[in-house]
Write a protein that binds this ligand. Structure first.
Ligand code: HEC
Length: 140
């Protein structure tokens, strides 16, 4: 437990430095939005579900935040850092065993193709942080 928290803290510190240089939303629009819808509501999604290639990012973000609970009273900054670390890892190394999507969603969607080589480290940091921050308080 302790080592996870320390790693997360280190990640958080290096993130704040890296985040500012690149616009995460721009990275999302360029590198993720071809598969992940940025904003949609559940009823809207139902109507177009057949044509959707990947879970909408608002759903992914909310789902990750709900599922990532390391300790009961987890500190917000650590929760953010761990969630961002998960996203960064998943984008490069997608894996069904790691996935936090619901089983039903995974049956519909194929495994996400690895985006390795498609983003710089700065872009990866920026987009992962954006996925966390942009959807704060937004309902799906
Ligand atoms: C070629 C289509 C495609 C692109 C491009 C893509 N994704 Fe995905 N992504 C998917 C699919 C399909 C899933 C659902 C299956 C899965 O979880 O692997 C997914 C799932 C995810 C998940 C959920 C992980 C979980 O718990 O299962 C995250 C986080 C994610 N994508 C982030 C990103 C980010 C950030 C980008 C842009 C850098 C991106 N994706 C680009 C197709 C894509």
């Amino acid at each position: 437990m302790k080592s996870i928290a320390i790693m997360a803290l280190i990640a958080a510190v290096s993130l704040t430095a890296a985040e500012k240089k690149v616009d995460g939303e721009q990275v999302f629009d360029q590198k993720c939005a071809s598969c992940h819808i940025k904003m949609i509501t559940k009823p809207e999604l139902k109507k177009i579900f057949k044509t959707v290639k990947a879970p909408p990012m608002i759903e992914v973000s909310n789902q990750l935040k709900k599922n990532i609970k390391i300790v009961e009273d987890i500190d917000d900054e650590i929760h953010r850092a761990v969630t961002i670390a998960f996203i960064k890892d998943y984008v490069i190394y997608p894996d069904l065993d790691k996935s936090m999507c619901e089983a039903m969603a995974l049956e519909k969607f194929d495994l996400m193709p690895s985006q390795k080589g498609k983003l710089s480290e700065e872009e990866l940091n920026a987009v992962a942080a954006w996925v966390y921050d942009y959807y704060q308080g937004k309902k799906f």
